[in-house]
Each structure stands twice: as structure tokens, then as C-alpha cells.
Design a protein around this ligand. Structure first.
Ligand code: GDP
Length: 593
């Protein structure tokens, strides 16, 4: 064995590009270039998260480097909870993940015995929220995790707060890219994996193939083959295997000895946040420790509020919510962000102080991440002029906003067009957004939000384009098309025919009248042609007239003898035996693959 020592780099939630470069002993530009290739525009001072850093290290093939995550303890709301002696058993928090169409939604539905599949705009789950089910008198908290790679970011958050991940694999389709991604998320989040081999009712189901794929390619060895991963054959359609699945989830959770404190101040995570007319802020929380009551003062990131109503996942008012309980609360004065931790404070004064500290922290972070694409290009010393597509994104809830933005960033323009998001936020389009967009060609995208009439009028007046969408793919398609429109067009030539000159009748200053035989294709007036002598191109000409005998013709075909008037821009001497190649030339829009 050589002195092949692994270098372990411990980073917190995030690290600046400069720090990472220094730690890895690499030029900053190498890292920035690699990030750029991955669609991330970064400067030396910009923070990248642990996952991004891992991807970059992987892509740079730094085999002797391993990144390790240390949870950052920043701000008053992020401190690690230390269990007390009174800690009690808590329900496991479970996420359902897998490839699109493998049946995540159907499976959750079947478990919850509700129907939501038909309600989904575009067929993907738009919001993350959570439910609870009971089996054998024990509760299981299920996170309704979205199911498409466009929602990778959300899912990543979903995974970090989970104990168990149910990976759904369709028995008739096998392991697919998002299955692999889900396995990765689950492992990164240190969650236990239970595999649900779904659609077992189908004739084409081949559960053994799924198991083989998982075992041989992904190191997930089925228990029945002597491994340690439970794989349950299920059908969301017939209900087969669902009880067994949940029992096994509990079994796996038992091995983890999941505990939480009930008697400490409530704390947990924000899993959804949006505004509703008449109700104000509506915030989904997952209690991790403690017990939450109406009237409690909560702080989450830069937002705070007094819990006005406390509802369970069905929308029923409740008096208290203990560990692993998903709830919806109203009463926050601002919207917290998806993924923020929340904690209890004594009173409004303390709440305000905590949010001021959090805001300062965020501003400091924002100041180091605000960069223009021009800065980046300068730094990377790239010569080509990248076009910019500037936008503002508004969405109904923080989860959707994150997803839309992340998905937009994934649109690959091969570095030709830079997407610049100059503003984003949760809530309806406002006059402020229009103001920000005016004069700069910025487009405002609204996802599941409204455009109040007054704002619409202002947008029309200021010639600001506002585009509203309810389906994420349509929004992404639109953004892609808009970016394509910014690409300079390509010239495309199509060959239409060939002719051999048989005689030249007149040669004038800017016109040649000649005759020849069409050897292929079709010739019509108005076409461009290259005049070739052997391999040499003499000129490009335009066909102004085509004649068959003495009669003017609209078109002549292969095998025809014809007369031609050619327009030239200089005196051109054509000889018998020269060849003409006819073509059309058009500008075509380039597209992004
Ligand atoms: P998701 O994208 O992973 O959430 O998948 P869906 O739950 O939307 O399911 C995709 C398609 O598969 C739908 O047409 C479902 O009706 C179908 N489906 C889901 N589960 C089953 C199952 O167990 N058996 C059969 N036959 N079809 C299923």
C-alpha cells in the first residue's frame, strides 16, 4: 500500500469558495469553473453548501479527499438539543421517495386512505407537508415529499429531517435515476432505508429484478437474501403489503431508539409557509422536542409570532402538539422560510430580539453572496459575451419558491445565457416587484400566486412582462424558450439542386445568362447558388429567372435543360462545364438541449 492518505475536510453547513479552495490547495478559479459547469455562479466569497462542495470534489476527482459535515451552531435557533433523562419514545418521521410515476403519491394516498392524486396541478406534489397515521397503536409521521427531480432541493430538505426513507421502486420499471438520487439523499441524511417494491399487482412486475439491481448496483441487500435492508412488495392499487410496510417501518425505527423530550420548550422545523387571505401567515411546523400550545411565542429565522391557532394535519384545532407531530399554525407576523428551525421564547420582546439577530446574520450572509454574473465572467476571464435573462420569481410557499429557483438554475445553456434572479419571494406580485423589473427587461414569474389588478395596470404601464404559472414544467419551459430566444440565430443552408453549365449566352456587368442541365433536385427563381469550377468556388449568385426553351418557368427538375439569369455582384465569367449548386439559406433559432 502506498502512502495514500485520505484528507478529511470537515465543513459546517456551508463554506466559502475561497476557503474550500484553500483547504483543498486548489486555485480558486478551478473551483469557480467547476461550479459554473454545474450551473452555479459563485465568487470567492460566496458560500456553498456541503452537498454542493461534495459534488464539486467528486467531479474534480479528488479521490484522496473526503468531506465531512459538521453541523453549524449559529444563531439562537440552531442549537443542538441535548436529551434529558425524561426523554420519551417518539414517532418516527418518514419520507417517501423514488422515481417519478413509481407511485409515491398513490402509496401515500393508500396509506392515508385519501385521494389527492387528481387534485395535483401537473401531477406532481407541489407542497411539502406532513401527516400522521397509526398502526398497532403507534404513530408514524409521514412527510409528503415531492416526487420529481425538479424538486430535488426540497426533497433534500425532506430527507435531512427524516428517520426512515421509504424508497418506492416500481416492480415493472426497476431502478431509475431518481431512485438512485433518493438512495443518496437517504444515506446523506443518515436515514434508515426501507424499500417498497410497488405495483406488484401488475403482470409485468419483476420484484426480483428490482432486488438484484439494488443489491448489485447500490449495495442495498435484501434481508431475505441475508442482507440488512427490508424490502416489501406492495401495491398502492390493491393495498397489498401496506400494513407490512408500515410494520417494518416501525421495526426499523425501533432499532434507532428514537427519543424526544416532551417537557422542554417546543422546538422543531418549518416545513411549509404561505400567506392566505383572511388567515395571514399559515405555517406548517414539525415539532421535534417539547410540546407546543396555542399562545406560545415562536421564533423561526427572521420571523416571529404568537401561535393563534394550532391545527393537526387534518385541520382540526388541537390544544397541544408533542414530538414528531406535524401541525399548522397561524399567528406568525412574517413568513419564516422552509427549513428554518423554530424555537420557543418567553414573550414578544425576546422574540423581536432574536429575529433582529437572525436578520443581521442573514444580511451578512447575503452581502457575501450578492454577485453579478458580470463579476463572475470577469473573474473567470471568459471572453465570450454571455447574454443575460433577468427574472424575478414569486411563489405561493417557500417550498415551491426554492424548487422553482433550483429548477431554473438547472436549465443548461452551456454557459451561453446567464440566468440572473434579481428578486424572489413568497406571496403575490407587488408594485415593488414591478418597480424592480421596470427598465431592465426583467420578466416576473408568478407561481401559484396572484397578480392584483392595480399591479397589473402598473406592469402594463411600465411595460413589464408578468408571466403566471400553476404548473412548474410550464414555467420552466417558458424560461427555457425565453433563454433560447436570446441565443443568436444560426445560419442553416439546405442544398436544393445542382446544374452543369452547357453554354453561356451573355455576360454583363451584374448578370449572366446561361443554359444548363439540372443534374439533381429542383431549381426555382429566387434561389442562391454557388458557382464551382472543379473544387474552386468562383462566386455566389442569385437566380433571377428560369426558362424552359423560350418560356419562363416557375421550376425545372432533374434531367431538364433550362436557361437561367443569374445576378452577380461583380463581373463573372462562367464557362461551359462549370457547376451550380443551389441552396436556400435561413436563419434558425438555436435551441437549448
Ligand atoms: P409518483 O409520481 O411517484 O407520485 O406516482 P403516482 O402515485 O402519481 O403514480 C403513477 C402512476 O402509477 C399512476 O397512474 C398510478 O395510478 C399508478 N400506480 C401507482 N401505484 C400503483 C400500483 O400499485 N399498481 C398499479 N397497477 N398502478 C399504480
Amino acid at each position: 500500500m502506498a502512502d495514500n492518505q485520505e484528507k478529511v475536510v470537515v465543513i459546517a453547513d456551508s463554506i466559502t469558495v475561497g476557503e474550500l479552495a484553500e483547504t483543498l490547495n486548489l486555485p480558486v478559479t478551478t473551483l469557480i469553473g467547476e461550479l459554473f459547469k454545474n450551473g452555479i455562479i459563485a465568487t470567492i466569497n460566496q458560500k456553498i453548501d456541503f452537498e454542493t462542495a461534495t459534488i464539486i470534489v467528486d467531479e474534480l476527482h479528488l479521490e484522496d479527499v473526503r468531506l465531512e459535515k459538521r453541523e453549524a451552531a449559529t444563531g439562537p435557533t440552531r442549537k443542538e438539543h441535548v436529551l434529558t433523562d425524561n426523554a420519551v419514545e417518539r414517532p418516527p418521521i418518514v419520507a417517501v421517495m423514488g422515481h417519478v410515476d413509481h407511485g409515491k403519491t398513490s402509496l401515500l394516498d393508500a396509506i392515508l386512505e385519501t385521494k389527492t392524486v387528481d387534485d395535483e396541478a401537473g401531477g406532481i406534489t407541489q407542497h411539502i407537508s406532513a401527516y400522521q397515521v397509526e398502526r398497532n397503536n403507534r404513530k408514524i409521521t409521514l412527510l409528503d415529499t415531492p416526487g420529481h427531480e425538479a424538486f430535488a432541493a426540497l426533497r433534500q430538505h425532506g430527507a435531512t429531517l427524516t428517520d426512515v426513507v421509504i424508497i418506492v421502486v416500481a416492480a415493472d420499471d426497476g431502478v431509475k435515476p431518481q431512485t438512485v438520487e433518493a438512495i443518496r439523499f437517504a444515506r446523506e441524511a443518515n436515514a434508515k432505508i426501507v424499500v417498497a417494491i410497488n405495483k406488484i399487482d401488475k403482470e409485468t412486475a419483476n420484484p426480483n429484478l428490482v432486488k438484484t439491481q439494488l443489491a448489485t448496483e447500490h449495495n442495498l441487500n435484501p434481508e431475505e437474501w441475508g442482507g440488512d435492508v427490508i424490502m416489501v412488495e406492495v401495491s398502492a392499487k390493491t393495498g397489498q403489503g401496506l400494513d407490512k410496510l408500515l410494520e417494518n417501518v416501525l421495526l426499523v425505527a425501533d432499532l434507532e431508539e428514537l427519543k424526544a423530550d416532551e417537557d422542554t420548550p417546543a422546538e422543531g422545523l418549518v416545513i411549509e409557509a404561505h400567506m392566505e387571505t383572511g388567515r395571514g401567515s399559515v405555517v406548517g411546523l414539525l415539532v421535534e422536542h417539547g410540546t407546543l400550545h396555542p399562545g406560545h411565542y415562536l421564533v423561526a429565522g427572521t420571523a416571529y409570532g404568537k401561535v393563534r391557532t394550532l391545527l393537526d394535519f387534518k385541520g382540526t384545532p388541537i390544544k397541544e402538539a408533542g414530538p414528531s407531530t406535524p401541525v399548522t399554525v397561524t399567528g406568525f407576523k412574517d413568513l419564516p422560510q422552509f427549513g428554518d428551525t423554530f424555537s420557543l421564547v418567553k414573550n414578544e420582546k425576546e422574540a423581536r430580539q432574536a429575529t433582529v439577530a437572525a436578520r443581521l446574520e442573514r444580511e451578512k450572509e447575503a452581502a457575501s453572496t450578492n454577485v453579478t454574473s458580470a463579476d463572475i465572467l470577469k473573474m473567470m476571464n471568459q471572453q465570450h459575451e454571455a447574454e443575460e435573462f433577468t427574472i424575478i420569481v414569486k411563489a405561493d410557499v417557500q417550498g415551491s419558491l426554492t424548487s422553482v429557483i433550483d429548477s431554473l438554475r438547472l436549465i443548461d445553456t452551456g454557459g451561453q445565457i446567464t440566468l440572473r434572479i434579481v428578486g424572489s419571494g413568497v406571496g403575490n406580485i407587488t408594485e415593488n416587484d414591478v418597480h424592480l423589473a421596470a427598465d431592465s427587461g426583467t420578466v416576473i414569474y408568478g407561481f401559484n400566486v396572484e397578480l392584483p389588478p392595480a399591479v397589473k395596470r402598473q406592469a402594463t404601464r411600465d411595460k413589464v412582462e408578468v408571466r403566471m404559472y400553476k404548473v412548474i414544467y410550464e414555467l420552466l419551459d417558458d424560461a427555457k424558450r425565453s433563454m433560447e430566444a436570446l441565443l443568436s440565430p444560426e445560419v442553416k443552408e439546405t442544398e436544393l439542386g445542382k446544374l452543369t453549365i452547357k453554354g453561356v449566352f451573355r455576360t454583363m456587368k451584374e448578370e449572366v445568362i446561361c443554359g444548363g442541365e439540372v443534374t439533381s433536385g429542383k431549381i426555382t427563381p429566387g434561389l442562391q447558388a454557388r458557382v464551382l469550377r472543379g473544387k474552386e468556388q468562383l462566386a455566389e449568385v442569385e437566380v433571377t429567372k428560369v426558362q424552359r426553351g423560350q418560356v419562363e418557368a416557375k421550376e425545372v427538375f432533374e434531367g431538364d435543360m433550362c436557361g437561367l439569369s443569374l445576378k452577380t455582384d461583380k463581373k463573372l465569367v462562367i464557362e461551359e462545364g462549370d457547376k451550380l449548386e443551389f441552396f436556400s439559406r435561413e436563419l434558425v433559432k438555436r435551441t437549448l438541449s
